[in-house]
Design a protein around this ligand. Structure first.
Ligand code: SF4
Ligand code: F3S
Length: 103
């Protein structure tokens, strides 16, 4: 599962699609964690899509991740600022790739 303490255990390495990326990254095989309030571990995500389908406020957008061993698309929390902390995405992800910090 995603490390809920990634903000202390990992370093910010940049930004993609307006979203903070937490390393380590070594593309295309290792892509790190994307997002802060709504965080998706790209190295765990298998592109199930339940998070994107169930989010009531459309926080997620599909992005391409060609060459990644788990899946060749991922969900970017592009609109994480709109999150209402319903925790649905956290509950439905089959591989526990998402962390949401309420408050
Ligand atoms: Fe969307 Fe709810 Fe997940 Fe926030 S916690 S990203 S509102 S599904
Ligand atoms: Fe990925 Fe889990 Fe969503 S596998 S697409 S973060 S439901």
């Amino acid at each position: 599962p995603i490390d809920p303490n990634f903000e202390t255990n990992r370093e910010r390495v940049g930004e993609e699609n307006g979203v903070t990326v937490w390393g380590p990254v070594d593309p295309p095989e290792q892509l790190g964690i994307h997002g802060t309030h709504v965080a998706v571990d790209y190295d765990i995500c298998i592109a199930d899509g339940a998070c994107l389908e169930d989010c009531p406020v459309d926080v997620f957008t599909w992005v391409d991740s060609p060459g990644h061993p788990e899946s060749e698309i991922k969900v970017e929390p592009t609109h994480e600022d709109q999150c209402i902390d319903c925790m649905l995405c956290v509950d439905v992800c089959p591989v526990d790739a998402i962390d949401v910090d309420p408050g």
